[in-house]
Design a protein around this ligand. Structure first.
Ligand code: FER
Length: 289
């Protein structure tokens, strides 16, 4: 059992955890996706630029107007329909965090240019569903509002996106992913609403992650539904045990998934590297005719 230490710094960034902790790796705790090239977040001059839009929606759940950051791919047009990824931040973050950690627009533009990623809309909401949703003060105190966000996502965010943008319907065109608290939200909401999400990517999931038996009470149904499942954690992350427990359950129930253990900690390098691989797996470009 790994007990995470309280943060040293917790304002506008993820908590600095005790990443020095020794993790004993099991045989299947392996890096299955290699380190991406160092330049994944440097703009390839040949890549046309997508667009980032800071939008607002009415949250009936919270009773306020809330912000979200939306990436639309280069050449976005109402004449086409696009799959969507809902991408969730950590306990110290907000709707700007993923962009700050991973320059999501550049990363996606480059992958699309390289023919490794479909045109996809990436929605980065604020997962702290409470009236003051800023990452300020003791960010741990807001942990319960990350659970409330399930309702906000399902009844406010997704309908807002689907009426504002040109979106492909169905679970096979809707993915959810996140880092740390957002990883826990991803597993809880993704498995809990399996009819809505066809791909799940959880990076360095936090202690808000529900027990695997509660997440997946009917392994046969989960296996048959064919969800693209991607779990990752750095071997230097003190929250390692949480992701591993989820992986061990999935493996035991023979539910196909990726489990990527790299050598990073609870840090943006781990998150951007694993977003890079998750995007390519969840939104593979169509095979050429
Ligand atoms: C905890 C340790 C870490 C916790 C949450 C986190 C709610 C989240 C970390 C992050 O989002 O980076 O004990 O409890």
């Amino acid at each position: 059992m790994i007990i995470p230490l309280m943060p040293i710094v917790a304002i506008h960034q993820e908590p600095v955890l005790n990443n020095q902790q020794k993790v004993t790796l099991a045989e299947d705790d392996k890096q299955v996706f290699p380190e991406p090239p160092a330049d994944i977040t440097k703009r390839n001059p040949a890549s046309p630029a997508g667009k980032l839009t800071l939008a607002e929606y009415t949250s009936t759940t919270v009773g306020t107007t809330r912000k979200l950051n939306i990436y639309t791919p280069p050449g976005y047009t109402k004449d086409k329909k696009y799959p969507v990824l809902y991408l969730l931040h950590g306990i110290g973050g907000d709707e700007t965090e993923w962009q700050r950690f991973a320059t999501v627009d550049v990363l996606a533009d480059n992958l699309i240019q390289a023919g490794k990623l479909r045109d996809v809309i990436i929605v980065m909401p604020n997962g702290r569903a409470q009236k003051n949703d800023k990452a300020e003060g003791n960010v741990f105190a807001a942990a319960p509002s990350f659970a409330v966000f399930e309702k906000d996502l399902l009844i406010d965010v997704i309908p807002f996106i689907e009426k504002t943008y040109s979106v492909l319907p169905g679970r096979e065109n809707r993915a959810i992913a996140g880092l740390s608290m957002g990883g826990g939200q991803t597993l809880n909401f993704g498995f809990g609403n399996a009819d809505k999400f066809g791909a799940i990517g959880a990076f360095s999931s936090a202690p808000n992650t529900m027990d695997a038996v509660k997440l997946i009470p009917d392994p046969d149904a989960t296996r048959k539904r064919q969800t693209y499942i991607y779990l990752s954690c750095g071997s230097k992350d003190s929250l390692f045990g949480i992701s591993r427990k989820t992986h061990v359950y999935l493996a035991d129930k023979k539910i196909t998934h990726h489990w990527n253990v790299d050598s990073h900690a609870h840090d943006p390098t781990h998150w951007r590297n694993n977003l890079y691989w998750f995007l390519q797996g969840a939104f593979k470009p169509a095979a050429p005719r």
